[in-house]
Ligand binder design. Structure first.
Ligand SMILES: *Cc1c(COP(=O)(O)O)cnc(C)c1O
Length: 410
């Protein structure tokens, strides 16, 4: 779905003009919030401008990323998968980052920013619990109390992560309103923040929400792409032919993609959750099947029905199960720079099994969607090189894998 002014949108993106003064990425993004929240967002915007790229903040962040998170994460060549698929396969290993996924890059960065602003407490939302765990860990590290809102349905489904958050010192608040999952939890976290906007900082979990969150999260996650681009050049003397990552809200993918957007020779492909098929409600492939609308304070593509009602989504992976997507991805789709495709539950689980068997790595089911996409790409690009964002490790997915891949078929 390329827009009529795709070339202009791409030129503006490459020139660094987005987000603009109104927080827009071309037609997308912005700040659709009640008046009571406006001042809080203006203050956050000012704080991001003042601190994020300041030398002392960047030095502190770099130190913590190195010594506590364990960056840079490895770039791994996958020789057996390459032989099986017919293209050269490389992984950027966010599964090796502290707490097991890319989410810590963002949670730590925002927690350090909050500390600098002198706030007294942190709030966050979590769906599957991964962002809640990363935020609880980061808050323990910087020394701030942390409250995590989590849908009561999710708390039951993700009990081990609730325990991890509690061990790390967070207070977990069950959300029994609305759909009792991630969407309702985000609403509650926002409500808490509006009630205490000066002494509280809201750490959002993906590259979504009102400006400046999509920009802040992209900047913090871009460490993935910056490292990967440098490592790939060092190891091979060239750039990859394609870069691929899974897209839920879009944070690990925008972090990997952003430093490659100006490299015209590099194909960039985002892989969404194709679930059980292309019918509304059977997937979470927002960019593939969505239409523009407002969700959680930003204008972006959304899965909605003909009346504009947000649709229930389905994915075997909890981390991709979200009806919206960060606004910069909608821009990159309309600008024709990134292609977005869907991978089904079954194809993703099969790719996960292949990665385990061939490379000795158990990836998150989210990440396995990117593998399924890369396998398809490899068929039509023999001998070329693909860099895949391995966003997290799959240990958290064992209950799902027991029910699916490991279930004894009669
Ligand atoms: C949360 C999560 C995702 C999806 O979130 P994005 O914001 O799209 O990156 C992907 N992979 C893993 C391992 C996750 O925990």
């Amino acid at each position: 779905m390329k827009s009529d002014n795709a070339a202009q949108l791409l030129a503006d993106e490459l020139a660094g003009k987005f987000p603009d003064a109104r927080g827009r990425f071309g037609p997308f993004g912005g700040r659709y919030v009640p008046e009571t929240l406006f001042a809080a967002f203006e203050n956050l915007d000012a704080a991001v401008k003042q601190h994020l790229h300041a030398a002392d903040f960047q030095a502190e962040l770099a130190r913590e990323l190195a010594n506590w998170v364990g960056r840079p994460t490895a770039l791994t060549h996958a020789p057996k998968m390459s032989a099986a698929w017919g293209a050269e396969v490389w992984f950027k290993r966010e599964d090796l980052a502290h707490t097991g996924a890319h989410k810590i890059n963002n949670a730590l960065g925002q927690a350090l920013l909050a500390k600098r602003l002198g706030v007294k407490r942190i709030v966050a939302e979590t769906g599957a619990g991964q962002h809640g765990v990363a935020t609880a860990a980061a808050c323990a590290r910087v020394g701030l109390p942390c409250t995590v809102y989590m849908g009561s349905v999710d708390m039951e489904r993700q009990a081990p992560n609730v325990g991890r958050m509690k061990l790390l010192g967070a207070t977990v608040v069950p959300v029994t309103s609305g759909d009792q999952t991630l969407r309702a939890a985000i609403d509650e976290a926002f409500r808490d923040w509006v009630a205490n906007p000066t002494d509280t900082f809201y750490i959002i979990g993906s590259a979504v929400g009102p400006h400046p969150f999509p920009y802040l999260v992209r900047e913090l996650q871009s460490v993935i792409g910056k490292e990967a681009r440098r490592q790939f050049l060092e190891r091979t003397g060239k750039l990859p032919d394609a870069v691929m990552a899974c897209v839920g809200g879009g944070s690990n993918s925008i972090g990997l993609f952003h430093p490659f957007i100006g490299d015209a020779s590099v194909e960039i492909i985002g892989i969404e959750a194709g679930g059980t098929g292309d019918k509304l409600g059977h997937n979470a492939a927002t960019l593939a099947y969505g239409r523009p609308g407002v969700l959680h304070g930003a204008y972006s593509l959304l899965l909605q029905d003909a009346d504009g009602q947000i649709q229930e989504t389905h994915s075997v992976s909890a981390g991709l199960d979200y009806p919206g997507v960060g606004p910069e991805h909608s821009l990159l789709l309309w600008a024709g720079r990134v292609r977005y495709e869907a991978a089904t539950d079954d194809d993703s689980l099969a790719a996960l099994a292949e990665c385990c068997r061939l490379e000795g790595i158990l990836p998150a089911i989210e990440s396995a969607h990117a593998f399924a996409g890369a396998k398809r790409w490899a068929k039509s690009n023999p001998g070329k090189a693909v860099l895949i964002g391995l966003s997290g490790r799959g240990d958290k997915d064992m209950p799902t894998l027991q029910r699916t891949l490991l279930a004894v078929k009669e």
